[in-house]
Structures are given as C-alpha cells and as structure tokens.
Ligand binder design. Structure first.
Ligand code: FRU
Length: 523
C-alpha cells in the first residue's frame, strides 16, 4: 500500500469511528425523559411497608382513576389519573402501564400532561383500526383518547397516538364536545355500537349521564340523557361505563349494564359505584322495569371509578382502590393509590330470580399461586381455630361453608397483637361483611374504620362461598361466586400476619378450604 493510500484508509477509519460514536451519543440522548422515568420505576424497591404485591401501584406519587383501558396489539394498557409531581391530587396527568397477562404491569412514561387548557381528567381510549377519524396516515389506524380537559370549565377533548399510547397528539379542533354550561361535565367513555353502527360517547353531567353519537369519531351530536329519576343521587355522578352482556351465559339473551360512580353518598360512605340493567338502542338507555332499589357495585369502601378494557370480547374491569373521603390521607409512601384486581364481570340470575352483576377475579391470577398453605375438607368448626405457624401477608382463600347452627362465621385475617380484619358471614341477618375497625393504622381519618355489609343469602339455602385476596394493604372479598363483593384497604402493623377461622353461636361446616401463598408481581 502506498503511503497516500494508507493515509486515506486510516482517515476513513477515523471518520467512520466518529460517525458511529456520534450516532450512539445522539440515540442515547434522544429521549432523556424515557431514560429518567424508566429508571424511576425500575429503581423503586416495591418492598416498602404496605406496598401491594399483586395490585398495580405507580412507583411513586399520587394515583386515582383507571383511564383509557384498552387491549391493543397483545398488550393491556392501563392509563390512570396521576400526579407525577407529588403524592396529593394535582397536576392531573395520564400515567401509563402495560401488561401482557393482566397481572405483571410495567410502568411507562407519563402519557399526557396538563396543558394551557387545564388538567387531563379521566377518559377512555379506543382503537381506530381503519382510520375512520382521518387522523392517521392512509389506512394505518391508531389509538384515540377521549379525555376531559379540566380548566376553568370542563370539556371533552381528543388526542391520538401512533406509538401504542406512549405519546399523544392533541387534536387541533378541540374541544370536540364543548361545555354546555354544566359545572361537572366530564369522564367521556367511547364505544362502538354494533347495531346502530355508530360510535357512542357517554359522560357525566352533574348527577346524570349524557349520551352522544358520532360516525367519524370526531364530530359528536347529543342523543339523550339518563338518570334524573333513577338511582342514588347523594353526590356527583362520575366515571360512567356501558356494556352489553349475556345473561347466565346465554348469547340469545343479552342485557346492557350502565355503571356510574358517585361521590359522596355511596353505600359504605363516601365514594362508590351503582349499576343499572336495561337496554341501549344506540340512542337511549332504558332501565328494566322494577328496578327501584339501588344496585351497588361493591359494598366495601375502596372500589371507585371502575373502567373496563376496550377492544375485548369480555368485560374485565379495574377500579381505583380508595375513597375520596380519605384518599389523600392514607399512610403509604412514596406512592399513594392502588388499583383493584382485574375482575371479569357477568350477569347472572340468583336463586330468587334477580338479575345481578357478578364480579370474579380474572383466571390469570392463578398464576401467582405459590405453595398451598392449607387444605381442609368436611370439618366441623365450633368456636375459633387459629392456623398454627401461619405468617403470610399475601395470600388467597377459597372456602365453601355449609351453614349449620352458627350465627356468624368467617375468617380473621392480618391478625396480630390486638389487630384483626374480620371477613364474616352473619347468618342471623344474612349479610357478608368486612370489619376493619381494628385492622391496624386507622386513625389517619375518622371515616376509615368501620364495618361494611353486603346483603347476601346462602346459595341453595345453605351454601356460603368466600373467595378472599389479602395483599399487604387490602382485602378483596368475593361472596357466592362474586354475587356480592367487598373491597377494602387495611394498614396492619408489621407482624400482623396470622389467620384464623371462627364461628359464633354454634357449628359451621367447612366443606372445603384452600389457602394459597401468592407470589409478588414485582419478582
Ligand atoms: C373520579 C374523578 C373524575 C375525574 C377524576 C379527576 O374519581 O373525580 O370524575 O375525571 O377523578 O382526577
């Protein structure tokens, strides 16, 4: 090689080296936010006192309602009301987490942050598969988010995403549903209505629900409203949800369910949900006859703002596991707010011929089962039985009781020195209850303690089924295959990890009992 040639080759090598290094530098700097926030979630230890081990929580800071839940390209997306800057309500943004199995969630960057029009309140996300909106390029669709902009007034706005919800472009023609002069006007939920071949939006306005329709997902016109003369009205209605379900699994008999949350004035005090069963023709929701009593979604204190995943052929929903009464005061750090377990929702008819919404923990949760800690069959119990050597904080109880003479029976979970949370059935008065008066730390708010009751009859006259999930700071109870549900937070002391079974006033038969250790979603 000549000297000249050697020089040329070495300078080319140097140039290539410089180019490669610069590309690497630009790439790794490209999205500093991504790096910073991924680090935040991955740096969290998730082993702080009361950190839920199988319920979603953000690594740190405030969270309330689930939003924009959608199944898309093999992933479940959970957006949520989030303050990325602090552990109190404020700066409301959409946090974002994804999961492939509904159980293990990965926190991503914050998806939408407040802008000059206000905070980004609750809303929903749908898949615009065929680019009906014209907001995407060519035939390639994407995701559309509908949210409330909460500034001086509340109005409904739209944003779209081509990168699976990581980043959003706000639509130029916002607001798509301006405020008609109503103070509380929010929480748009959008769905495709097959029979009328229209997109439907429902939202809450004061203490009723308003319906809008659209052909192109962008221009909306008013259809109807529901609620003035039905249901409970102790507070403002929030976060509606609407879906159709077969009754008792019969595809030829379907009914529509309208679920609406309300704050305050709910069954257990403070915020909670109610539902209505009826028909929806693409214009109006009509309540079935004879529904005069309020149907409560969950009889515990901590199940609010439920939302179901869009783009699925079954109804799976998640709620915020807290209550506006004391959400700001719960003693957790560095996060504040947790989601409920995902539950599959069905419509079933009970022994008395009443149609009920039932909720069952999703089957995917079985994957978290570790060791079977207890197994029993056909045991008669009279009095109390503690389960020796039980020291667990995260577990699942699956029990079937046969009601004998006992007035009351059930479990004492998260038990320790002077502490217990009682999950019982009162057979004298026919109700299922959770008593968290002595559950641990309760004094951060006067409304936290209490006994919460759900009216429930024994199945076939004598069977009571209890399915209970105990996490570090919550107890979710599904009674009689999810006919009645109680969701409550608890904050037990360290060491309150015993379990016992009890009966008062006579015998009860434990037909079957299984207790499983549950693994952490963080492992
Ligand atoms: C329900 C709610 C919604 C509102 C959001 C604000 O909990 O009050 O009505 O959009 O929270 O974070």
């Amino acid at each position: 090689m000549t000297k000249k040639r050697q020089l040329l080759v070495s300078s080319m090598v140097i140039v290539v080296f410089i180019v490669v290094v610069s590309i690497w530098y630009v790439l790794q700097k490209e999205d500093p936010k991504q790096i910073e926030e991924t680090t935040e979630a991955s740096q969290a230890s998730y082993d702080e006192t009361w950190r839920p081990q199988f319920h979603y929580t953000p690594a740190k800071n405030w969270m309330n309602d689930p939003n924009g839940m959608v199944y898309y390209k093999g992933k479940y997306h959970l957006f949520y009301q989030h303050n990325p800057k602090g552990d109190q309500f404020g700066n409301m943004s959409w946090g974002h987490a994804v999961s492939e199995d509904l159980i293990h969630w990965k926190e991503l960057d914050v998806a939408m942050e407040p802008d000059e029009n206000g905070m980004i309140f609750s809303g929903s996300v749908v898949v615009d598969e065929d680019n009906t909106s014209g907001l995407f390029q060519g035939d390639e669709g994407g995701l559309i988010a509908y949210y409330t902009s909460a500034g001086d007034v509340q109005d409904q706005r739209l944003a779209y995403s081509t990168d699976e919800g990581k980043t959003w472009t706000k639509y130029e023609g916002n607001p798509i549903v301006p405020n008609p002069g109503i103070k509380d006007f929010r929480d748009p939920v959008v769905m495709w209505h097959e029979d009328s071949e229209k997109w439907i939006m429902l939202l809450v306005a004061g203490d009723k629900v308003m319906f809008y329709g659209s052909d192109n997902m962008v221009d909306w016109s008013y259809l109807s409203e529901f609620g003035s003369d039905h249901g409970a009205h102790g507070g403002v209605w929030e976060t509606p949800e609407l879906f159709e379900l077969p009754v008792d699994g019969n595809q030829d008999q379907k009914k529509w369910v309208l679920q609406v949350d309300m704050n305050p004035g709910s069954i257990a005090g403070g915020s909670g949900g109610q539902y209505f069963i009826g028909d929806f023709d693409g214009k109006e929701f009509k309540l079935d006859r004879g529904q005069t009593e309020t149907k409560w979604t969950d009889y515990g204190k901590d199940f609010y703002a439920t939302q179901a995943f869009n783009n699925m052929d079954k109804v799976i929903w998640i709620a915020w596991m807290s209550n506006w009464q004391y959400a700001a005061d719960i003693p957790t750090s560095p996060w504040r707010g947790a989601m409920s377990l995902p539950r599959e929702v069905s419509l079933t008819t009970n022994d008395r011929g009443e149609m009920l919404l039932t909720q069952q923990p999703v089957k995917e949760l079985d994957d978290l089962r570790g060791e079977k800690l207890i197994e029993m069959e056909n045991r008669t119990l009279d009095g109390s039985m503690s389960l020796p050597e039980f020291d667990e904080r995260t577990y699942e109880i699956v029990a079937t009781f046969r009601v004998d003479e006992a007035d009351e029976f059930g479990f004492k979970v998260a038990q320790g020195e002077g502490e217990e949370t009682i999950v019982g059935y009162d057979d004298q008065n026919n109700y299922l209850f959770t008593d968290r008066n002595n559950s641990g730390v309760t004094d951060f708010h006067p409304e936290f303690g209490g006994v919460f009751r759900a009216p429930m009859e024994a199945m076939d006259g004598y069977t009571i089924k209890l399915h209970i999930y105990v996490d570090e700071s919550s107890v979710e109870v599904f009674g009689n295959n999810g006919q009645k549900v109680l969701t409550n937070q608890i904050f037990p002391s360290e060491g309150s990890d015993d379990l016992s079974i009890y009966s008062y006033g006579g015998n009860v038969t434990i037909e079957s009992l299984e207790v499983y250790d549950l693994e952490s979603m963080h492992e």
